[in-house]
Design a protein around this ligand. Structure first.
Ligand SMILES: Nc1ncnc2c1ncn2[C@@H]1O[C@H](COP(=O)(O)OP(=O)(O)OP(=O)(O)O)[C@@H](O)[C@H]1O
Ligand SMILES: O=C(O)[C@H](O)CO
Length: 527
């Protein structure tokens, strides 16, 4: 239940506003947070990743320790939300060694890239790769199905002299539907909807897809055999499991139909799963599963070229260059957005308590530690953080805490927003409430800025990547009669940030051409 903010504390707001709108500190910290986020994105943009992965020297191509002979024998297959730019970068590196290609990309992607002035993320005019759009609303549809069939035929026609470069990113599962009859495309769309609506994880959803579709779970690599396969993979899943990203079309499969049936039972969804799927899974469990030829996967070179961890590495380096002591709390943060915001609020308190080492209240720090463990932070991480805080304190430098992953929002209201904007608003509100509850407390001795944004540049159905927020945003809102808790209750974080400070707290990067989930930047400095 959202507690009502006590707007009668007007005097205190004004003092806080004054403190928090000290122009230079505010804008410095803000531009630092944005710069750090931008570096995270820059380290996983298609051109950076692809040129690092494909090393060309004359007619030889080195990828992940394996050398390939180039002889105008490269074919491209691509599917996912971020592959248009990956195709462009691959063709730029390999030039006319690329002879043909097919890419399955989301509906409208080409137009929206052109509209936002990012034609550099589209295949060039002379590209050999056909860009085919489909999968409206990230669901498998007829258009994507047709493209998937073309891709299957394309891969099957390759010979041992060919090199197939497969470019994979998040959203690839919906863009490469290949139901095994009698299961139909509609059945696949139906089971996807039922599982997603009932809170199945992406791991659970993709295990089901892999057991029902031909190209998933290593199926595409099997069709391409005996061609040599190089798979460049951009991860949008926590843990970066290659068999889960886009349902692992080039990764050997070890799940079974039994696992799918057990999942439907566990989630009490048996009655909502199409009959053809239930029959197929039940039938396969009783007959031995067909094994792929033994050499298929020795011909496959799967390379993870981008991930949230790689993005956070980029952010870490930038923070260090800007004079912060950086610390990565985790690149696997997941769960409800309120829990994640609570964790960041606890982190702020843990850090500032450690910095001031409150001798008057010796129990506060251990309590804070227990709360963080309770929020899912590992003991090991806390120990390392504690050493980092001490180091920052000794050299009198500000701290930059970095986190990454993907939160979830249960949308109950009719407002506009996204998980990142909602998290930023929640964190700022918790800090604000603390300032009200503890006037003159230790929080006021520190500047705290928080940014949360999606690396793809789009947070929910909005044109913002996320938001940057601090106590000042909430003070400013309250001073203008805007009640943040009303916006939160209506999942209307985008409108909130648009109305406060003329929308300057929204992070707007435009479509970035990559997608490795979300990044948080928390800056803490002594005032
Ligand atoms: N008004 C809202 N406020 C907060 N979150 C919202 C709102 N509307 C939608 N969302 C969230 O936005 C998400 C969908 O947006 P988005 O396209 O960024 O995520 P996605 O489909 O997971 O894609 P990707 O993983 O590629 O970022 C959903 O998780 C949904 O809960
Ligand atoms: O396409 C998919 O399966 C998801 O985006 C996870 O990679």
């Amino acid at each position: 239940m959202i507690r009502t903010i006590r707007c009668r504390h007007l005097k205190l707001y004004n003092t806080l506003s004054l403190l928090l709108t000290k122009r230079s500190t505010m804008s410095d910290a803000r531009s630092h947070a944005l710069g750090i986020f931008q570096s995270a994105v820059d380290s996983v943009i298609p051109r950076t990743m692809v040129t690092q992965a494909l090393k060309c020297n004359g007619n030889s191509l080195l990828v992940n320790g394996t050398t390939y002979q180039l002889d105008h024998n490269v074919h491209i297959v691509a599917f996912g939300k971020a592959v248009a730019g990956m195709v462009r970068a691959t063709e730029d590196v390999l030039g006319d060694h690329v002879v043909d290609g097919i890419a399955s990309v989301p509906i409208g992607v080409a137009q929206s890239l052109r509209d936002s002035g990012r034609s550099d993320l589209l295949p060039s005019e002379t590209s050999k790769t056909k860009l085919l759009e489909g999968a409206t609303n990230n669901l498998p549809d007829e258009a994507a199905h047709r493209t998937a069939s073309l891709i299957a035929d394309f891969a099957t026609a390759l010979t041992r002299d060919d090199i197939l470069i497969i470019l994979i990113s998040g959203g690839g599962s919906a863009l490469l539907p290949s139901p095994i009859p009698p299961v139909t495309l509609e059945d696949i769309a139906q089971v996807t909807k039922v599982l997603s609506k009932n809170g199945a994880t992406i791991q659970e959803l993709n295990i089901v897809r892999k057991n029902l579709e031909q190209l998933k779970g290593g199926g595409l690599a099997q069709l391409a055999y005996p061609a040599k396969v190089v798979s460049l993979i951009l991860s949008d899943v926590i843990g970066d499991s290659l068999d889960i990203i886009a349902s692992g079309p080039t990764v050997p499969e070890c799940s079974t139909p039994d696992m799918c049936l057990a999942l439907f039972e566990k989630m009490k969804l048996v009655s909502q799963v199409p009959q053809s799927i239930m029959s197929m899974l039940s039938a396969t469990t009783t007959s031995p599963v067909e094994q792929p030829p033994p050499n298929v996967f020795t011909n496959v070179n799967n390379v993870l070229i981008g991930s949230n961890r790689i993005a956070l590495d980029g952010a870490y380096k930038k923070a260090k260059r800007l004079g912060y002591v950086p610390f990565v709390v985790s690149c696997e943060l997941a769960g409800d957005v309120r829990q994640m915001a609570r964790m960041y609020h606890k982190l702020v308190n843990y850090i500032i308590l450690s910095l001031v080492k409150t001798l008057q209240q010796p129990n506060v720090l251990p309590r804070c530690e227990l709360e963080l463990l309770d929020c899912g932070i590992h003991k090991d991480t806390l120990n390392k953080l504690s050493t980092t805080i001490e180091f920052a304190n000794n050299i009198q430098k500000p701290l930059c805490i970095l986190g990454g992953g993907e939160s979830t929002v249960t949308v109950v209201g009719s407002g506009r927003g996204g998980r990142n904007q909602e998290m930023a608003l929640l964190v700022a509100m918790q800090l604000y409430r603390q300032s009200i509850d503890e006037p003159g407390g230790i929080l006021e001795k520190f500047g705290v800025e928080f940014l949360s944004a999606g690396t793809d540049g789009q947070d929910g159905p909005t044109d913002a990547a996320g938001a940057y927020a601090d106590v000042g945003d909430i003070c400013t809102a309250c001073n203008s009669g805007i009640k943040p808790e009303d916006y939160l209750a209506n999942n209307d974080s985008y409108t909130f940030f648009s109305e406060v400070r003329d929308g300057k707290s929204l992070v707007k990067t435009g479509f970035t051409g990559t997608n490795v989930m979300d990044v948080q930047v928390l800056l803490i400095h002594k005032k």
